[in-house]
Design a protein around this ligand. Structure first.
Ligand SMILES: C[S@@+](CC[C@H](N)C(=O)[O-])C[C@H]1O[C@@H](n2cnc3c(N)ncnc32)[C@H](O)[C@@H]1O
Length: 259
């Protein structure tokens, strides 16, 4: 992916902020706990916080959270949903916090958008010594046959390689935290995966997939055709055609510590 595509995709979410807040999943609590386990305290930065999906889980665990998000529409949704949380405009490359301000930096489905060569030292700057940096990703469990079929029908704009456990493992193995040349700022990364699920209907799953970055930047005719294929597939499957079902997911975590 070149820098132009990356910028287009990473800034696509605001156009669908309300739908994002309604339809995207939260994170497995066990995964969030694991991410924070070795942090020296509970001052947590949720970076690329979006509409506050991960922020809400952190608040529920008793963390003292500050949310940072570059997209104004996403930030508005976060402030509406979580008015008591300190929420600031900013990015991973320019974090509006002083040095050593937090014990953990977490990023939910966002770390892959950061320019790590700049964001790595910036995240290290705001972390206290021994602080934790963790990326969390919700992926769809394509070990389940109907989910594998859905991934085939949807195409990579809706369910990309990183959105399944196998694809995520491959990407995580090659992901340098926090980026080439600055690795000494952090220790060796660890990975873990936690079972998760989201109650959906066929319609609400279509709505969820419509908020994926690749779908948001797609030309309208192609987007309609893709969503139509997904609708037809879900209507054809006994697991999803009629009633509410649980979309089988995993929350995958990549965690490291500030040296
Ligand atoms: C897929 S959304 C995830 C939002 C939220 N963390 C969640 O779990 O639902 C990715 C978010 O990363 C934000 N983002 C993109 N580039 C970023 C950057 N360079 N620094 C910080 N956030 C960024 C986007 O604006 C978007 O809100």
């Amino acid at each position: 992916m070149d820098q132009g595509d990356r910028t287009l995709l990473s800034s696509s979410f605001g156009a669908a902020a309300v739908a994002y807040a309604e339809h995207r999943p939260d994170y497995a609590r066990t995964a969030v706990r694991w991410a924070l386990k070795s942090a020296p305290g509970l001052r947590v930065l949720d970076l690329g916080a979006g509409t506050g999906k991960l922020t809400a889980a952190l608040v529920a665990l008793g963390a003292d959270v500050v949310a940072v998000e570059p997209d104004p529409a996403m930030l508005t949704e976060l402030r509406r949903a979580l008015p008591a949380v300190r929420a600031l405009p900013g990015s991973a490359e320019a974090i509006p916090l002083p040095d050593g301000a937090v014990d953990a930096v977490l990023a939910g489905n966002a770390l892959h958008w950061f320019d790590m060569a700049v964001a790595g030292p910036e995240m290290a700057r705001v972390l206290a010594p021994g602080g934790v940096l963790a990326g969390l990703w919700n992926v769809m469990d394509d070990g389940v046959e109907w989910v594998a079929g859905l991934a085939r029908v949807s195409g990579s704009a809706a369910i990309g390689p990183r959105d399944t456990p196998t694809g995520w493992r491959a990407e995580a193995a090659g992901m340098h935290l926090p980026g080439t040349g600055t690795a000494a700022l952090f220790g060796s990364p660890e990975q873990a995966e936690f079972p998760h699920g989201q109650r959906r209907t066929a319609d609400s799953l279509v709505a969820t997939l419509a908020t994926r970055a690749g779908m948001l930047v797609m030309p309208e005719p192609e987007r309609e055709a893709t969503l139509g294929r997904i609708r037809a597939y879900l209507a054809s499957r006994p697991e999803t055609a009629d009633a509410e079902f649980t979309l089988p997911m995993q929350t995958c975590v990549l965690r490291t510590r500030r040296s």
